[in-house]
Design a protein around this ligand. Structure first.
Ligand code: TMP
Length: 206
């Protein structure tokens, strides 16, 4: 899903938290048992990796270290939370998944497609979500929202060019994959949530 969280007073835009609430409500309306999780994170070890990834270390963090940490966390989450829940018949809502790595590390950091594919195959072994909502925002506006909610994490400190490349990659991947729907979050919040409900209804009816 998207970069930035939602603040209740805002009229325009919507962030991941409020989007996830809407998705959860819709799925529960369809009678599904829903489990929510997030990336990086969602297991004790993966939450620890999350802290490590977001921390502003007083040393250079290599692109490779960042990338490997993302996939280490994802591998833990997949094995210990996502797959067991799907096996029980539960529905899993992920706050971010592999698309974030494709966009941030592949697009933003410039990791080659070949390396991204090798890592994805290693960690996910063909697993992919059935449906993804990409909450799109212009980078300047996105950074403004992130600053509004508090301190920026290490990755959010990367600068506007990084976010331009990340967003371009998100849009490009979404345009080429029918299971990814782009939601424009630079419109009235009611419209954003309507668009989310509409896309989900289409998915559930398919
Ligand atoms: P957030 O989900 O609370 O925004 O924090 C996650 C941070 O990690 C955010 O800056 C985006 C970044 N991230 C990546 O760079 N690659 C990934 O694969 C994932 C899941 C997150």
């Amino acid at each position: 899903m998207m970069l930035f969280t939602y603040e209740k007073k805002r009229i325009f835009g919507a962030g991941k938290s409020s989007a996830i609430d809407t998705v959860k409500r819709v799925l529960e309306h369809y009678g599904k048992t829903v489990v929510c999780t997030r990336e990086p994170g969602g297991t004790p070890m993966a939450e620890s990796i999350r802290e490590c990834v977001k921390h502003d270390w007083q040393e250079e963090v290599t692109i490779e270290a960042e990338l490997l940490l993302m996939y280490a966390a994802r591998s833990q989450l997949l094995a210990n939370v996502i797959k067991p829940n799907l096996a029980k018949g539960n529905w899993v809502i992920g706050d971010r998944h592999d698309l974030s790595s494709q966009a941030y590390q592949g697009g933003g950091r410039g990791v080659s497609q070949q390396k991204m594919t090798i890592l994805r195959d290693l960690a996910l072994n063909g697993f992919s979500p059935d449906f993804t909502l990409y909450l799109d925002v212009e980078p300047q506006e996105g950074l403004k929202r992130a600053k509004g909610r508090g301190e920026l994490d290490r990755i959010e400190l990367a600068g506007i060019d990084f976010f331009e490349r990340t967003r371009d990659r998100y849009l490009q991947l979404a345009a080429n994959n029918q299971s990814i729907v782009t939601i424009n979050t630079m419109q009235h919040i009611d419209k954003v949530h309507d668009d989310i409900r509409q896309s989900l209804a289409t998915f559930m009816g398919a």
